[in-house]
Design a protein around this ligand. Structure first.
Ligand SMILES: [Zn+2]
Length: 486
């Protein structure tokens, strides 16, 4: 029985330069053993120590991959051809041969089946392996962009479970086929390629998503964000679409607003009814000496607009009370509390709980500051879980005691801005259920766990909103909840 064995170019030196050998053998393994006998070192290039075909080598009997026959034990007939095909080595097969091989060995799935999978019970991850520019022009719903050039580097972020269903697609179904082979070699067991690609999908009339695009100007301005994978274009768009309300244009609100505007938070609401006082300038960095006596809101808007004209600023030049807080807060996604008194802190907390908005909370006193995020929606406590009620006015010391190191609100206000950006981008661990305490003199940060009060009237499960309370305005300067003289 004579079998023709095709030898791939890289192995030809071992067999005396021959492109094909005639071997007498009855199984594939017998073929390899025979060649090994005549040309030592041949078999180890193809099989591992256990005798299994190496991952990068496929063996075909005529046109069939032996993995789908009897493997190494596949029986041979007189006149059969055994082809040894290193799967990833270039230059051995022509492109067409290689593609034909992949089409035979890899599973493809039709667009209509992908459509069913998207709506089905089992979670499927769609990976768009086209270039980023192609993805930006429109993609399948829920598809994640991992350009083929970055496939090996980025796939583990996009698809953590190697056994979970994964569908790859490109423009026409070719690049995704090669990408499927790559992922199979990386151990992904349930990966398939969508035949016809994005064109096939759109030809069927299935829906696509067209991502919002950043303008060239925004790409330049936020280029350092675009370079971070955790932000990227998608994250910058989230920032530009975000709506953040900042309570108070004082010591905490100024630095928070400044950096949020710098980060490209698209809409900033500012609430303050005060005028700029000379003593504010020690820390309230949005205001200037020549604006002493003028409206804080107008001063803040002037500075922020000059700094980043693309940020839309919505001013609320009014004192927060039970009658206006819901109207003020309504349109915003996140509230940054930089207020300086208990009545406002409680109103802000209660409204955030009622309207289901996260509240980024900061406070400062002399050399110490605290930052946390109140978000009962996500399992954390609210302000009232920690401090059910404010202290009575008679126990609150005079405002004159409440000095603060001018730089300190900068640190705390910026930590509030960082937490806000994390919430917008949905990255990292927000300070929900944790408070960070900064001691400037010690130069130390400490984190404490904050627990939800299961009996909290405002945020306990099934709570009926008890209503807003307008506490008397007074000033306190001691204790953990000390408000900031912002
Ligand atoms: Zn609560």
């Amino acid at each position: 029985m004579s079998i023709k064995v095709r030898i791939p170019t890289p192995l030809r030196p071992i067999v005396g330069g021959e492109a094909a050998l005639q071997i007498k053998a009855e199984t594939v393994i017998a073929v390899l053993d025979q060649i090994e006998k005549d040309h030592p070192g041949f078999k180890s290039r193809i099989c591992d120590d256990a005798g299994k075909t190496r991952r990068f080598v496929n063996i075909f009997v005529n046109s069939e991959d032996i993995r789908y026959l009897d493997g190494m034990k596949t029986a041979l007939q007189d006149g059969d051809t055994v082809s040894i095909v290193p799967a990833v080595a270039g230059g051995i097969q022509t492109y067409q041969e290689r593609l034909a091989g992949l089409k035979k060995t890899l599973k493809e799935i039709a667009p209509e089946d992908v459509q069913k999978m998207i709506g089905g019970k089992e979670k499927v991850t769609l990976i768009d392996v086209r270039e980023s520019e192609e993805y930006r022009g429109g993609h399948l719903p829920f598809a994640v962009s991992v350009p083929r050039g970055f496939l090996e580097m980025r796939i583990e972020e996009a698809a953590t479970d190697r056994a979970a269903p994964l569908v790859l697609y490109c423009a026409g179904g070719i690049r995704s086929l090669f990408a499927t082979e790559t992922l199979k070699n990386m151990g992904y067991t349930s990966v398939v390629s969508m035949s016809g690609g994005f064109s096939g999908w759109t030809r069927k009339g299935f829906s696509i998503e067209t991502p919002t695009l950043l303008s060239e100007k925004d790409r330049r301005r936020y280029s350092r964000h675009l370079l971070i994978p955790e932000v990227g274009e998608e994250g910058q768009i989230k920032l530009l679409k975000s709506k953040v309300l900042i309570i108070g244009a004082g010591g905490l609100g100024c630095p928070a607003a400044y950096y949020l505007a710098a980060a490209g938070c698209g809409t900033l609401g500012l609430v303050d009814f005060d005028v700029v006082d000379e003593s504010n300038l020690q820390r309230q960095i949005l205001h200037t000496t020549d604006r002493v006596g003028t409206s804080k809101i107008k001063s803040a808007m002037q500075t922020l607009s000059a700094f980043n004209g693309d940020v839309r600023i919505i001013p609320f030049e009014e004192r927060i009370s039970s009658s206006n807080i819901e109207r003020i807060m309504q349109a915003f996604d996140i509230v940054v509390d930089g207020s300086d008194n208990f009545p406002t802190r409680y109103l802000v907390n209660d409204a955030c709980v009622k309207l289901k908005k996260p509240c980024v909370h900061g406070s400062v006193y002399r050399f110490e500051g605290q930052v946390t995020v109140f978000d009962p929606q996500r399992g954390g406590p609210c302000y009232r879980c920690l401090y059910k009620e404010p202290p009575p006015p008679e126990l609150a010391p005079s405002c004159a005691d409440a000095g603060v190191l001018g730089v300190l609100p900068g640190v705390i206000g910026l930590l509030e801005a960082v937490e806000t950006v994390k919430l917008i981008l949905e990255i990292g661990d927000p300070l929900i259920g944790r408070v960070v305490c900064y001691d400037a003199l010690e130069g130390s940060f400490q984190t404490f766990i904050l627990r939800k009060d299961p009996a909290c009237d405002y945020c306990k499960e099934g709570a009926v909103f008890p209503g807003f309370i307008d506490y008397d305005y007074f000033c306190a300067s001691k204790g953990l909840t000390t408000p900031s003289p912002s």
